[in-house]
Write a protein that binds this ligand. Structure first.
Ligand SMILES: [Zn+2]
Length: 212
């Protein structure tokens, strides 16, 4: 199974990808994780990408494509769940040269739900554990359960930044969604539902397409 998971920030793409990866023992290929790994290891790609990531800009297509070509282009993965790539229509065109795709799962969430999920997120400033003021509150307000570190809100998760991230996502993903729907590969799933229910819908779609 070679699938792509699309969805705006805060819709639980990463969570769904990880759950799928565990259930079917298929690699979860997250471009965000791979980028951060490259930055940490100070590879050529990492050094180039870091300049953009530090200032909150999108990493340019040529850097991302080069990185993903190294991962997908050698036929190392027969199966995968792609998360975060392709992000632009150019990236989707490049992906065409790398590997066939069986299906694209498109998680759809309302702005209200995304706001609630992301703006309630708190991260431990010391061990990076993630909490949510409503869905997964820490035992003590503002304090990490694991290490007693101070919980902070990432700049990325502040309401104004979220709105901006959503606008950028829409602009970039509209042509992408059109591209995959024209190919007959796109399947929409309601991302406003509870996580287990979303997962159930994803599995049903995969079964219907005889991918699992
Ligand atoms: Zn902590």
């Amino acid at each position: 199974m070679r699938i792509i998971i699309l969805g705006p920030p805060g819709t639980g793409k990463g969570t769904q990808s990880r759950m799928l990866s565990e259930q079917f023992n298929i690699p979860h290929v997250s471009s965000g994780d791979i980028l951060r790994e490259n930055v940490a290891k100070k590879t050529d790609i990492g050094k180039k990408a870091d300049v953009f990531m530090k200032t909150g800009q999108l990493v340019p297509d040529n850097i991302v494509v080069k990185m993903m070509t190294e991962i997908l282009g050698k036929g190392k993965y027969k199966h995968f769940i792609l998360d975060g790539f392709p992000r632009t229509i150019n990236q989707a065109h490049e992906l065409e040269h790398l590997t066939p795709i069986d299906l694209v799962i498109n998680l759809i969430s309302s702005e209200k739900m995304i706001m609630e999920r992301l703006s309630g997120r708190r991260v431990c400033s010391s061990c990076k554990a993630v909490f949510h003021i409503k869905n997964m509150p820490p035992k003590k307000d503002g304090v990490c359960n694991n290490c007693n570190g101070k919980l902070i809100q990432r700049d990325d998760d502040k309401p104004e930044t979220i709105k901006n991230r959503l606008r950028i996502y829409e602009i970039l993903s509209d042509p992408l969604i059109f591209f995959y729907s024209q190919k007959g590969l796109l399947r929409d799933i309601d991302g406003d539902q509870p996580i287990p229910k979303i997962f159930g819908d994803v599995i049903s779609v995969l079964k219907k397409e005889k991918l699992v």
